[in-house]
Write a protein that binds this ligand. Structure first.
Ligand SMILES: [Zn+2]
Length: 215
């Protein structure tokens, strides 16, 4: 699981990757036989109902930056790549983040859209009922807007506690993604899945090293 955020120009911010470097990385994956997974494909592999492709990769984009629509959507479409967006519905009127109209367009282009909290809070600083609102209202709004099932969560800032896990379990969430570094493996707790953070300040060869090492 690769974890991207914003695709734009913001020197010094390692969570931001330039459109040029992002394009280079996507082309590398395309030219080197990687298969990008949908969440359905990922889930089928997890359940043993689908074969693992030789070089699987799941592209995740956190937060729902409007630049994902501008730069990632057309490129991934051109390459025939799948991707997952973890968004916070409370930010859709902001302009800096994706609007529902843009999210719908990405969904129609084949992106999986899943919740990342209503307002991207530190869940661990909230009461259980406030956490439940953040998680379940985000789930509901995505489901209402897109007519899909939004039962895969991504923890804002990677932060969760026992209350968070209880809410996810009580409400049928199947998987949840952290920011703990490493490859996603079937022996991990499905609500504590690891990902690989893509540092936008590092060259593609670092990404390749991370994709090839076993950790
Ligand atoms: Zn986030």
């Amino acid at each position: 699981m690769l974890n991207y955020h914003s695709i734009t120009y913001d020197p010094g911010n390692k969570a931001v990757i330039t459109p040029e470097l992002f394009t280079e990385q996507m082309n590398y994956l395309a030219e080197n036989g990687y298969t990008t997974l949908t969440l359905k494909h990922f889930s089928d592999i997890w359940l043993g109902e689908a074969e693992m492709p030789k070089k699987p990769v799941l592209l995740t984009f956190d937060d729902g930056y409007a630049d994902n629509h501008e730069y990632a959507m057309p490129l991934l479409k051109k390459l025939g790549f799948h991707a997952t967006l973890f968004m916070s519905p409370g930010t859709t009127d902001d302009g800096y983040f994706l609007s529902w109209e843009q999210v719908k367009e990405m969904h129609e282009a084949g992106w999986d859209i899943q919740p990342h909290g209503m307002t991207h809070p530190y869940l661990t600083s909230l009461s259980k009922s406030d956490q439940a609102y953040e998680i379940l209202e985000a789930k509901k709004q995505i489901e209402d807007q897109l007519g899909t099932t939004a039962d895969i969560f991504c923890y804002p800032y990677g932060a969760y506690n026992a209350k968070t896990l209880a809410i996810l379990k009580e409400n049928g969430f199947r998987f949840a993604f952290t920011i703990e570094q490493g490859k996603t493996k079937t022996n991990q707790d499905p609500l504590k899945l690891k990902r690989i953070f893509v540092n936008g300040e590092e060259p593609t060869k670092t990404l390749i090293k991370n994709l090839e090492k076993n950790y």
